[in-house]
Design a protein around this ligand. Structure first.
Ligand SMILES: [Zn+2]
Length: 494
């Protein structure tokens, strides 16, 4: 069985037709979904690329500790999904559109000996081009170019088993698909040009359009949403070409196809615009996950699955042993209908710098089917900057305007990091069943749930040994509501 693994960077689940979106953004993906297992609650481990990719490719959480989430942990200590397939004699190939996954970036940012996402691939096509329309020199690769390379690789390997990974970047800001797609939704019935927000001037999406997402002087929120949707439709067309090629070659009945994203994209929820990595709200951690396998019937799965489950799943389906390191579980029982659920909750984490004050924040969340708790925690000041100093080589200049890792300004060797979440350290609790948009923080009124989920989160953090644990709640014997409330309050959580 071949595997074609399609990852569309920054693709929200709820902007696809098969996840209920009003615009026709995804006819080809919807057709794929109609014959696949569609996971309605797939949760990313992080809302930006590195740690999420690592969790997908190695089924581990360790990339989320402080600096590691940004630079160090891209070096793999673990076996990757590609390596597992290679060991079984599969031809392995990847076509990459994201700069941070390229060998050049990893070698320049980490060290010449560092291994990165290319580990385990026979062919790692990571040649990028400048993204033209914005003329800002962002290095990326168009969906068309990725599909072209993918089709050549499929043709070349059609005679044997192959594992092909494709990373599309067009839904990542700036949203500049070809003109036809860019304009596709600008005048439709869903278009609303009434709301406007300023362009930030820097790469910061809190309440404003981050510079790297800005399209000329355009300030209409609806324009950006339409452009994002156009980018989805563009990727969808290219995905359609790849799936069509599998059919033409007569190997679609022998090929498993996975389509998913590493994280979503904020479209203004919680005042965060056209970026990701600033929070752990649903728009950025709930992602599409569609698994097509010719031997299994189409179905929709509502219970939570996690992106750390992906590697065990793909290996399991293909009869390959799952490495010891794996933190996730195979969701094959949900695909073949032998089980109803495989886990009760998903944990996510991200590190952030708050505002411009070098106030470092760690965000964690635990999401169950109904309840979700987000914790903001300050982490030791200073260590982040100390570790970062000296690790900002020339390659950052290439992404300065891209806003990828929010290295905005450089003063000598020190980059200034500005990705952030607003507000003080604290806890948010949402009832997703009754409040799917996470508008009403119930942390104070639902103290038992808050305490229960908080304890779950702390336990998980200890289990996976985060390097920066931040402040821990001390043990108190009396768990009455008042005590819990005081404990949380004393730590600034509520
Ligand atoms: Zn990403």
């Amino acid at each position: 069985m071949n595997v074609v693994f399609i990852l569309v960077d920054a693709l929200r689940a709820d902007h696809l037709g098969c996840y209920g979106y009003g615009r026709k953004t995804s006819p080809n993906i919807d057709a794929l979904a109609a014959g696949s297992t569609v996971f309605e609650t797939a949760i990313a481990h992080a809302s930006f690329t590195y740690p999420s990719m690592k969790s997908i490719f190695t089924s581990t959480y360790s990339a989320c500790d402080n600096l590691g989430a940004i630079l160090n942990e891209v070096q793999f200590d673990y076996k990757t999904m590609a390596e597992c397939f290679k060991e079984q004699g599969y031809a392995t190939a990847a076509v990459i559109g994201n700069l941070v996954l390229t060998r050049e970036f990893i070698k320049e940012c980490i060290s010449k000996d560092a291994t990165g996402f290319d580990k385990g691939f026979d062919v790692y096509d990571d040649a990028l081009q400048e993204r033209e329309p914005t003329e800002r020199g962002e290095m990326t690769r168009s969906a068309e170019s990725i599909a072209k390379s993918a089709i050549q690789l499929i043709r070349r390997n059609a005679g044997g088993n192959f594992f092909l990974f494709l990373h599309f970047m067009d839904c990542h800001a700036p949203y500049v698909p070809p003109k036809r797609f860019h304009e596709m939704f600008l005048k439709d019935k869903h278009f609303d040009g009434s709301a406007r927000i300023e362009i930030s001037g820097i790469n910061f999406g809190n309440g404003k359009i981050p510079n790297y997402a800005a399209l000329g002087k355009e300030t209409r929120v609806g324009y950006y949403v339409a452009a994002y949707d156009g980018a989805i439709r563009y990727v969808d067309a290219c995905v359609g070409n790849i799936l069509g090629e599998l059919k033409r070659l007569g190997i679609d009945g022998n090929t498993m196809v996975i389509l998913m994203s590493d994280h979503g994209e904020a479209m203004g929820e919680h005042n965060i615009y056209f970026t990701h990595g600033l929070g752990l709200y649903e728009g950025t951690i709930r992602v599409p996950l569609i698994i097509y396998h010719p031997e299994f019937k189409a179905k929709r799965v509502k219970p939570i699955v996690r992106l750390v489950d992906l590697m065990p799943t793909i290996l399991d389906v293909n009869g390959i042993a799952v490495p010891q390191q794996a933190r996730g579980k195979s969701v094959l029982p949900l695909i073949d209908g032998s089980a109803e659920r495989i886990c009760n909750e998903a944990f996510s984490a991200i590190n952030a710098v708050q505002g411009f004050k070098r106030f470092e924040t760690m965000l964690y969340s635990v999401r169950e089917q109904r309840w979700k708790l987000i914790q903001r925690e300050s982490i030791k000041k200073g260590s982040f900057w100390k570790e970062l100093a000296g690790k900002v080589p020339a390659v950052w200049r290439k992404i300065r305007e891209f806003g990828f890792s929010r290295a905005i300004r450089e003063t000598g060797k020190q980059a200034k990091w500005m990705f952030a979440t607003e507000g003080q350290p604290g806890i948010e609790l949402y009832d997703l069943e009754n409040d799917p948009d996470e508008l009403s923080n119930l942390a104070e009124s639902e103290l038992e749930e808050t305490e229960r989920l908080h304890a779950k989160l702390e336990k998980w953090k200890q289990e996976i040994s985060f390097k920066n644990k931040g402040e821990q709640l001390e043990e108190v014997p009396d768990k009455s509501k008042e005590v819990i409330r005081r404990r949380l309050k004393s730590l600034g959580y509520i």
